[in-house]
Design a protein around this ligand. Structure first.
Ligand code: UD1
Length: 343
């Protein structure tokens, strides 16, 4: 019998790409999502790619009663927990929304796991837990600095909750994945990033400007201490990222490690600046992008990129796609949304 995985936030950006990879690897997937930042149409995209329609429940992870009935109905082998609010700026204005949503959701899942014999949980964390690095590339042992936003704080707190619970003797395992900056879309053009409202993140803003939905991209600062003055990030292809989740879930379910909690950076190991990314977009799309340099954005980190050696060696996972192909996939997805009349 196929192993059954619960994917929370499975209609979201990284979640949907991960569902496709899980299905491709033979897992049976059940998605729950409250659709607060995604659309149920994503299920059609997933089905077109994999040929399998995943079971979907519109459900909020903060609703423990709903989760409990789901756990009674299905016997899950593992959980991949994506469901969370993720806008840094919004979290500053609505901190309690972020603490309730992100922290209560995780606690509910953890509380239900032992009773329902769910063996492991993969948790979506972020490089935001490192704050401004003392040096790059940054590895998993770097000190965790005070979070710059309530959003970042929820990721730090959730990592601690998992550590404390597992080390209290709970009969579960966990793999914590610290993502750097996921970008791009599935090469089929069937799924991709679809932010509701004005995009907060760089790449959807670039592609929406390229296609004329937004008039101009604001580049937040060119006076940083970097070669071209703009911020540097480790932009990682979303399909590459999704594949790491399949490896992580298998590692937990097959007890390939003696460690009960493991942490991995998921990045390419290379930094690229905001202006470099814009150049790559212009090259692969053939569009000239209307952008202007504006003031720095509050809370931005100057530069951060991953030391991905641990994931490379221990998981046998490496980011493969080039920035060019990744930006082209993001652009193709944006054009596809236009064809479909969605945007
Ligand atoms: C942030 C979070 C990260 C989170 C991610 C998801 C921090 C430090 N990072 O990433 O943890 O997972 O959001 O939402 O909290 N930029 C522009 N113009 C724009 C948009 C962005 O110049 O219109 C620049 C930013 O200043 C930044 C870079 O592009 O230098 C990347 O920004 P963004 O895509 O928002 O990601 P992060 O802030 O790195």
């Amino acid at each position: 019998m196929n192993r059954k995985i619960l994917v929370t936030g499975g209609t979201g950006y990284i979640g949907s790409h991960t569902v496709v990879e899980l299905q491709g690897a033979g897992y049976e997937v059940v998605i729950i999502d409250n659709l607060s930042n995604s659309n149920a149409d994503v299920l059609d995209g997933i089905t077109k790619i994999s040929g399998i329609k995943p079971l979907f429940y519109e459900m909020d992870c903060t609703d423990k009663n709903a989760l409990e009935s789901l756990f009674k109905e299905h016997s899950f082998d593992g959980i991949i927990h994506f469901a969370a609010s993720k806008a840094v700026g919004e979290s500053v204005h609505k901190p309690l929304l972020y603490y309730r949503n992100n922290i209560v959701s995780l606690i509910n899942l953890l509380e239900l796991m032992p009773e329902h014999k769910v063996k492991g949980i993969v948790f979506s964390s972020s490089c935001t837990v490192y704050g401004e690095p003392d040096k790059n590339p940054i590895d998993e042992n770097a000190p965790i600095k005070p979070a710059a936003s309530p959003y970042g704080n929820t990721k730090q707190i959730n990592e601690e909750i998992i550590q404390d619970f597992v080390h209290s003797g709970a009969p579960i395992k966990s793999i914590i994945l610290r993502y750097f900056n996921p970008i791009g879309a599935h090469p089929s053009g069937e799924i991709g990033e679809l932010p509701i409202g004005v995009p907060q993140n760089l790449v959807p803003f670039i592609t929406q400007t390229g296609i004329g939905i937004r008039e101009q991209l604001s580049v937040f600062g060119d006076d940083y201490n970097t070669p071209d003055g703009s911020c540097i990030r480790d932009f990682i292809n979303v399909v590459d990222l999704a594949k790491a989740h399949v490896i992580a879930i298998e590692r937990m379910l097959e007890d390939k490690s003696d460690e009960k909690v493991e942490i991995f950076n998921l990045g390419t190991g290379k930094g690229a600046s905001v202006l470099e990314l814009i150049n790559i977009f212009e090259k692969v799309s053939g569009e000239s992008l209307n952008y202007k340099i504006v003031n720095r954005r509050e809370g931005d980190i100057e530069q951060i990129w991953a030391q991905p050696d641990k994931a490379n060696k221990v998981l046998g996972w490496t980011a493969r796609e080039s920035l060019e192909d990744t930006m082209l996939s993001a652009w193709n997805w944006q054009k596809r949304l236009r064809e479909k009349g969605i945007m």
